[in-house]
Design a binder for this molecule. Structure first.
Ligand code: DHB
Ligand code: MG
Length: 223
């Protein structure tokens, strides 16, 4: 068994053991595959982890960059519950329509506000006065991660969380010569985090059913 296969098998095992699935999550995950969207949704273990983080800070208002088909959005919406709000941005028209359908089927349309727009534009205009945000989850539009970090610092409450997916990229962040746009973007993001004195950042390397990557989890000083 190759290492990757073992990591995948372990996550599959844990998904079954902890029953990290249901028809709505399956629908969202399956719709990525069925519609040939990029295989970039968070995994079930990662979804459960995001849910736990959101719950642990009693998040009421969450901003998500990159809805894709709404898989992580479902986890986050369930974490905030009724009365909470997840504003999730998706610029791709096909993914947006699929996500709308998935969120409605999951009965979360009163919690989730799906926005069909490039997140960076929308956050500077329509959503510029959003406050207080409890959690920002960056997953799409890597080239703007540093901008989203600045936005998050301006709009989040003390004790809030700023989370970014895909900051390890199979270890490519080690390669100074790697000028792939997304690799460069996450390198810049990590560098920006190290300069941010108001943040306590944990970098979590992750491997399971998805290839080796990681999340940056930054806690804003409670003040
Ligand atoms: C990519 C994006 C993701 O959100 C992810 O989880 C994995 C890979 C990508 O764009 O390469
Ligand atoms: Mg991702």
């Amino acid at each position: 068994m190759s290492e990757l296969t073992k990591h995948q098998a372990v996550e599959e095992h844990l998904i079954e053991k902890f029953r990290l699935f249901d028809p709505h999550l399956d629908q969202a995950a399956g719709s990525v595959h069925d519609n040939n969207l990029p295989d970039h949704a968070v995994s079930p273990l990662q979804g459960q982890f995001l849910f736990t983080l959101a719950r642990s800070i009693n998040a009421r208002q969450i901003v998500e960059v990159g809805t894709l088909a709404g898989y992580s959005t479902i986890w986050l919406a369930r974490a905030v519950g009724l009365g909470g709000r997840v504003i999730s941005f998706e610029s791709d028209a096909k993914a947006f329509q699929i996500a709308l359908n998935n969120i409605r089927k999951a009965g979360l349309q009163n919690i989730v506000e799906l926005v069909h727009a490039p997140a960076w534009e929308a956050l500077q205009t329509t959503y510029n006065h959003l406050h207080p945000v409890d959690l920002v989850f960056m997953d799409g539009d890597k080239p703007n991660y540093v901008n989203y970090l600045k936005w998050a610092l301006d709009h989040s409450r003390p004790g809030g969380l700023i989370i970014a997916d895909n900051v390890i990229r199979d270890g490519r962040i080690l390669d100074d010569e790697d000028d792939d746009l997304k690799v460069e973007a996450v390198k810049a993001y990590l560098a920006a985090l190290t300069r941010e004195k108001s943040l306590t950042t944990s970098i979590l390397p992750l491997v399971g059913i998805k290839p080796y990557d990681g999340m940056a989890i930054s806690l804003i000083d409670p003040k």
